[in-house]
Design a protein around this ligand. Sequence first.
Ligand code: FAD
Length: 539
Amino acid sequence: MTNQPPPLTGYDVFAADPALTEGVARYVAAEHLGEAREELGRLGRAAGSAQAQCWGAQANAYPPVLRTHDRYGHRIDEVEFHPAWHRLLGHAVGAGLTGAWTRPHGHLRRTAGFLVWTQVEAGHGCPLSMTHAAVPALRAEPELAAVWEPLLTSPVYDAELRPAARKAGALAGMAMTEKQGGSDVRANTTRAEPLAADGEYVLTGHKWFCSAPMSDAFLVLAQAPGGLTCFLLPRVLPDGTRNAFRLQRLKDKLGNRSNASAEVEFDGRTWARRVGEEGRGLAAIIGMVAATRLDCVTASAAVMRQAVAQALHHTAYREAFGRRLADQPLMRNVLADLALESEAATTLALRLAAAYDGGTERDRALLRLAVPAAKYWVTKRCTPVVAEALECLGGNGYVEESGLPRLLREAPLNSIWEGSGNVQALDVLRALRREPAALDAYLTEIGAARGADHRLDRAIRGLLTELADLAGAEARARRLAERMALVLQGALLVRYAPPEVADAFCAARLGGDAGAAFGTLPHTLGLAAIAERARPVAE
Ligand SMILES: Cc1cc2nc3c(=O)[nH]c(=O)nc-3n(C[C@H](O)[C@H](O)[C@H](O)COP(=O)(O)OP(=O)(O)OC[C@H]3O[C@@H](n4cnc5c(N)ncnc54)[C@H](O)[C@@H]3O)c2cc1C
């Protein structure tokens, strides 16, 4: 047999990605850089191994199964996973992908690790994200945080359902969405009635989506006497008995099939602890939502990177009409265009993670605007990028074994959960209208690149004109969010990426010098260098 490429395996997913390695070097201080690189290299080699790739395939080929009752008819409300799911999660938790809050540059290092490891399998990124993101919400309640934060940030994956006091590590989920409303959670009807003990309640109601239902605890929104309130709901009560957490069904989803997403009911005996004050549920859970939104950006960057890596690898080996595909001018244009999109997404995700670590007022203000803009735009780009990358593999790409169909099914998800596209765009508008410091921080950030590229400068001027008058802006909120994300990506690439990458991005994405489809970059740009930079090389 000739002309079939070898599998892309036995490589270091981290080291093979210059946008990622350079980003880590940019933001991690010198005294921590060696350790960070070593750790990410270890994770990268594991992610590129045949073993981990096999776990990823198995976890999707054997999806989770709901077991509502045991053999005698008792309710157990458990979900059974293939062992590969546990191996993936175990490796991720052990590598610190839920431990960002405990060490210097924790967010940047975790984001880089998440980008590396979820390339193996995207579905288990969901419990990793929610566990990571639950920490800031729980900190509103120091007594609860004292119990749960060490468990949620622990490097031990402990899959047994036991009370917190007997766990070595724990996972958290969140349950906000109900049948009658997901984006508008104020429509929640789940009721919370206070018990005699302070801060304790029982819940009655349902949640229409509750992913990773075997997690140890969930942040839940419910209507208390004082209004919409956030609660921590453990699966197992402190005395070791199971909380009433009725799993009704698992969703039959387009993708994300390794992960379970359940419908769940609370039956009036479901016990929960209040987090924050009654009526302040949205304020309490917002810290969790902000962190998961950044993870949606990172997860999309990971899906895109893996798809583009597969396309670059395949075309480097496959020949047609007497020449390697990667050397054919039109394929080179497609590959360079895809690589550009992947690099822009990675660079933006890392910048936002660094702002989390920075933790200054200005960092927080930047995140307030840049996270929804990035969540809107980067997640939207994921599906077309993966579809085009799949086509680079020709018929092989359409076949399940290539891994590309799994990536394509996963691709739309990050744009839906944690606030769908319109909701993100409207959130950008809300921040623009209500939080002047957010716009100041954004303008300072992009201002650092001013004067370096005339197309970027023109795009900034155009954006400022659009921002000057926000009347009727709701109907053009997507356009605004897109432009803000593109200008921010352009500003970062102009400052940090190789000149050919920045030049092509500014020409195509800001200067309008490209068509709607990928592979329409001006042919005069350094296309070969852009594609070659991104090509993963097996050791
Ligand atoms: C696989 C999967 C797993 C999930 N896991 C969880 C989970 O673990 N926990 C959880 O709580 N939720 C979960 N969700 C739910 C998810 O967060 C919601 O589906 C999402 O927030 C959208 O809510 P909705 O489905 O009710 O859609 P709707 O709120 O009905 O929105 C439908 C559409 O209308 C748009 N829209 C809404 N408001 C406006 C407006 N004002 N102007 C213009 N357009 C608007 C939205 O952008 C969207 O495109 C999950 C969803 C999926 C698909």
